[in-house]
Design a protein around this ligand. Structure first.
Ligand SMILES: NC(=O)c1ccc[n+]([C@@H]2O[C@H](COP(=O)([O-])OP(=O)(O)OC[C@H]3O[C@@H](n4cnc5c(N)ncnc54)[C@H](O)[C@@H]3O)[C@@H](O)[C@H]2O)c1
Ligand SMILES: O=C(O)[C@H](O)COP(=O)(O)O
Length: 527
């Protein structure tokens, strides 16, 4: 039975699939302090959060069983992604469920700031009938600058068009073609600052967007601009915003999010030109239902080893690709396990080449499973496909990946070279239709062997009688040979023998093998 902790308020209907699952026990504890969360987290396989719970490095260090964090929403800036990756925890979010709600909230804020609705409401409820102070502006014919044309920014642009606004969008991924499809102008930040009567930001909060809207940006804006932030506190520099309001550059600001939440002693809150809501963008019944449903399904999938879509620290692979690549995951993991056992020195660099049909796909997960196989032989269960390449770097092991045309006649081929201080080790594997994975090269020798649980790898000189010696010695010790393959580069030269066997050779039997003339090394390989 898996245990999932829900640590922020979330739609009960949305998590129905988890509550009804007989594989999962769900605990809802939405008032845990960071200390209490640290104490309780070791029990849990899954954690569901919104933006209140800060999933810090310290919490992840205590989360010894945790496999997945589900963010019921978009922003994962409240989760230490690097620490989650390091600890092998998959982080999934629900990127689509709250798009419309947040877009509608943005539009509500835009309109409220155009018509001074909160300020006018307040005055009237205080007993004053003031029609002069709260004269507003129309949206029609005005220019809206949208910084960040992703899901929410795009939805906002559609609504702005319906209000007959001119829209200038800026996003590093916005092409002319897409801009014209949506019916907006593609611009840059300066064009927005110069022309916009309203500006709304819809980027994530990342290093590049921290204080993106700063003092120098405000200096370039039109006097009387109205600015909306329903994305993340910190995209707009709050100190610079305050100054820009005092200087008369910004006429109104509408903020749903703050650099510190909840905002304590924030001079923007309570300022007459500023309207505020307490991070309500995604707070609708619909959005909360959708994000909770999406994230619950992802968690169920992950806990039951099924495909999932919205991991933020794993590459996305669609179902069709996954079906094609899945057999290669097993092959690459076995290749990794085999190669670390063949290498006599710690590897410094891994070079992985993909050829044939594999070059048509995103093979990052195949690479990760190779690295996982390689590391897990010594690091055990702490390695998984989330943290494998991260851990490799920590151990000073670099890797490079390339696609090549050298498929050697196989439909899909994975070739790997490990560089160590004393030399290189190489191997290649493929899938044979109906026969499954096969290792087809080891250290430049051509062979054909299934990567089963137990292999014996022998290096010898190619002379008559070796196979008979090995066969009778293993027979004498009641070690059954399932298959045997030999590979040589030239007659009478160096050769290898690979056997699939039913039980590993003891040290004594390995010692006896090494007494056989022309056998230079013999090694059990445990896959
Ligand atoms: N207030 C709320 O309750 C609420 C709800 C949902 C989402 N959000 C926030 O809204 C933001 C947008 O969400 P989304 O679902 O549209 O995300 P998204 O990923 O679909 O879009 C973000 C866009 O920002 C763009 N971008 C990144 N850096 C940029 C830069 N320097 N300049 C311009 N564009 C840049 C990206 O290319 C991307 O297209 C996120 O910060 C999210 O956390 C807030
Ligand atoms: O990034 C998001 O999805 C929003 O900021 C919503 O956050 P919330 O789930 O805490 O409302």
């Amino acid at each position: 039975m898996f245990k999932v902790l829900v640590s922020d308020p979330i739609s009960e209907d949305g998590i129905r699939a988890l509550l009804d699952s007989d594989q999962v026990q769900v605990d809802q504890k939405t008032d845990l302090s960071p200390e209490a969360l640290k104490e309780t987290i070791p029990e849990y396989d899954g954690l569901i959060v919104r933006s209140q719970t800060k999933v810090t490095k310290e919490i992840l260090e205590c989360a010894t069983k945790l496999k997945v964090i589900g963010r019921a929403g978009v922003g994962v800036d409240t989760i230490d992604l690097e620490a989650a990756t390091e600890h092998g925890v998959i982080v999934v979010n629900a990127p689509n469920g709250n798009t419309i709600s947040t877009c509608e909230h943005t539009f509500a804020m835009l309109m409220a700031s155009a018509r001074n609705i909160p300020q006018a409401h307040k005055t009237l409820t205080e007993g004053n009938w003031d029609r002069k102070t709260y004269k507003g502006v129309e949206l029609k014919g005005k220019t809206l600058g949208i910084v960040g044309m992703g899901r929410i920014g795009t939805e906002v642009s559609k609504r702005a068009k319906a209000f007959q606004m001119n829209v200038i969008g800026y996003d590093p991924f916005l092409t002319e073609e897409r801009a014209s499809q949506i019916g907006i102008q593609k611009g840059d930040l300066d064009k927005i600052y110069e022309n916009a009567d309203f500006i709304t930001v819809h980027t994530p909060l990342i290093k590049e967007t921290h204080h993106l809207i700063n003092k120098s940006a405000f200096q370039k804006m039109k006097k009387g601009v109205r600015i909306v932030n329903c994305a993340r506190g910190g995209i707009i520099d709050e100190t610079a915003l305050l100054e820009a309001i005092d200087e008369g550059i910004v006429a109104r600001a509408a903020l749903d999010v703050f650099e510190e939440e909840p905002p304590t002693d924030n001079p923007l809150v309570g300022k007459p030109e500023v309207i505020v809501t307490p991070h309500l963008g995604a707070s609708t019944s619909e959005a909360q239902l959708y994000v909770a449903e999406d994230v619950s399904q992802e968690i169920l999938n992950i806990l039951s080893d099924q495909p999932f879509q919205n991991a933020v620290n794993m590459p996305a692979v669609n179902d069709e690709t996954r079906k094609i690549l899945e057999p290669y995951y097993l092959l690459s993991e076995k290749l990794g396990e085999m190669m670390i056992q063949l290498a006599k020195q710690p590897p410094r660099h891994i070079k992985i080449s993909y050829a044939g049909t594999l070059t048509d796909f995103n093979t990052e997960l195949v690479t990760r499973t190779f690295v996982k196989g390689l590391l897990s032989h010594y690091l055990g269960e702490k390695v998984n496909i989330v943290n494998a390449t991260h851990l490799a770097k920590q151990y000073g092991l670099s890797y490079s990946v390339e696609n090549t045309t050298a498929s050697l006649g196989y439909s899909g081929l994975i070739s790997v070279t490990l560089t160590t201080d004393e030399g290189e080790y190489s191997a290649a594997g493929t899938l044979f239709d109906g026969l499954g994975p096969r290792i087809v090269h080891v250290n430049q020798y051509t062979i054909d062997i299934a990567p089963t649980d137990r292999l014996l790898y022998i290096q010898h000189t190619d002379v008559p009688g070796i196979i008979g010696h090995v066969g009778s010695l293993l027979g004498k010790h009641e070690i059954n040979i399932a298959t045997m393959q030999v590979g040589r580069k030239q007659v009478g030269g160096q050769a290898i023998m690979m056997l699939t066997i039913d039980k590993a050779l003891s040290e004594e039997v390995l010692g006896e093998l090494l007494q056989v003339d022309h056998i230079h090394s013999a090694k059990n390989i445990d896959l």
